[in-house]
Design a protein around this ligand. Structure first.
Ligand code: UDP
Length: 322
């Protein structure tokens, strides 16, 4: 299949591109390189520099016998979305509408969409399955949910079939070292721990140690980006074979606390991670874990690379070189 990967130069997108190439697909990457990086581009994939806000550029990319779209482009920092909702409304919502309208124009009828566990909000039960109530507590989560709803309507009205993949906490790097780009000013836990390890930051601030968890720090479900990438290949296969739309959680079903992640990193890399406790970060639920049985049963997907040790080892391999 010829797959247009929108946002294919980003952290998750570049891993998806690698997985598609290994699967034998023809890949075109469409990315404005605002957060994606040139260094993440694979020479085997055709690259078009363009923004999802530029409908002409999208049209030129899409009308080249594209069989399916993978949409990863968008803004993803929860905190920033609360301070600057306009940026998230335009990039995520308008961007998604532009992609869907261009798909209609070019008669492309399959899309895999990168959604997020942020669509659920504070959990009412754990692990969270796909039937859990949808009450996002951030504007970012709201945009992801609205994008899922757009997909639903474009399916009902126009027959565009979609798979929305609700990622839990994406971490890790390609084990072969083919993805080298580090995120600028990362906001997530593991890249921040790594920046402390290489002394790019003085210390890690742990947001809260008074949660209702065994060590008082928040628990999350960390999923290796190579496992996420594999799910996109399987989602495209599902679309091709069933012609149906669906939604899947992607997580390990295991929770790891912030302190456990810090301690595991110290053990794997043999360096001390300086940290201090700070007050809670607004909107952080104490515990989030995924029920990913649906993806396992229907997509035949398994998180094979998501041991804590492998997550840390593959991330350190990239940060160590900086
Ligand atoms: N966290 C932290 N310090 C940081 C960044 C994150 O203590 O500098 C915590 C955060 O409060 C959460 C967990 O690490 O409990 C994972 O946060 P991240 O931002 O990576 O992902 P999120 O769960 O918000 O999607």
């Amino acid at each position: 299949m010829h797959i247009l990967v929108i946002g294919g130069a980003g952290y998750i997108g570049s891993h998806v591109v690698k997985a598609l190439l290994l699967n034998g697909d023809k890949v075109t990457v469409f990315d404005d390189l605002s957060t994606g990086q040139q260094i993440n581009l694979f020479p085997q994939a055709h690259f078009i520099k363009g923004s999802i806000l530029d409908t002409d550029a999208l049209g030129r990319a899409m009308c080249q016998n594209v069989d399916a779209v993978v949409l990863l482009a968008g803004k993803k920092a929860v905190g920033e979305s609360m301070e600057n909702p306009a940026k998230y409304a335009v990039n995520n919502l308008t961007g998604c509408i532009n992609v869907l309208n261009t798909m209609l124009e070019c008669d492309v009828k399959k899309i895999v969409f990168s959604s997020s566990a942020a669509v659920y909000g504070a959990p009412t039960y754990l692990p969270i399955d796909e039937n859990h109530p949808l009450n996002p507590t951030s504007f970012y989560g709201f945009t992801k949910l609205e994008m899922e709803r757009l997909l639903h309507w474009y399916d009902t009205l126009k027959g565009i079939k979609s798979v929305a993949l609700r990622y839990f906490n994406a971490v890790g790097y390609d084990a072969e070292g083919d993805v080298k780009g580090l995120e600028n000013n990362p906001q997530n836990l593991l890249p921040i721990i790594m920046e402390v390890a290489i002394e790019k930051r003085p210390m890690l601030c742990i947001f809260g140690n008074d949660y209702d968890t065994p060590d008082g720090t928040c628990i999350r479900d960390y999923i290796h980006v190579t496992d996420l990438a594999d799910a996109h290949v399987k989602a495209l296969k599902f679309l091709k074979e069933t012609g149906q739309s669906d939604i899947f959680n992607l997580g390990t079903q295991n929770g790891i606390s912030v302190l456990e992640m810090v301690q595991a990193t110290e053990e794997v890399i043999g360096r001390k991670i300086k940290s201090v406790y700070e007050s809670r970060r607004p909107g952080d639920p104490s515990k989030l874990t995924a029920c990913a049985e649906k993806a396992q049963n229907i997509l035949h997907w398994q998180p094979l690379h998501s041991s804590v040790e492998n997550i840390i080892r593959t991330t350190w391999a990239v940060y160590q070189k900086k």
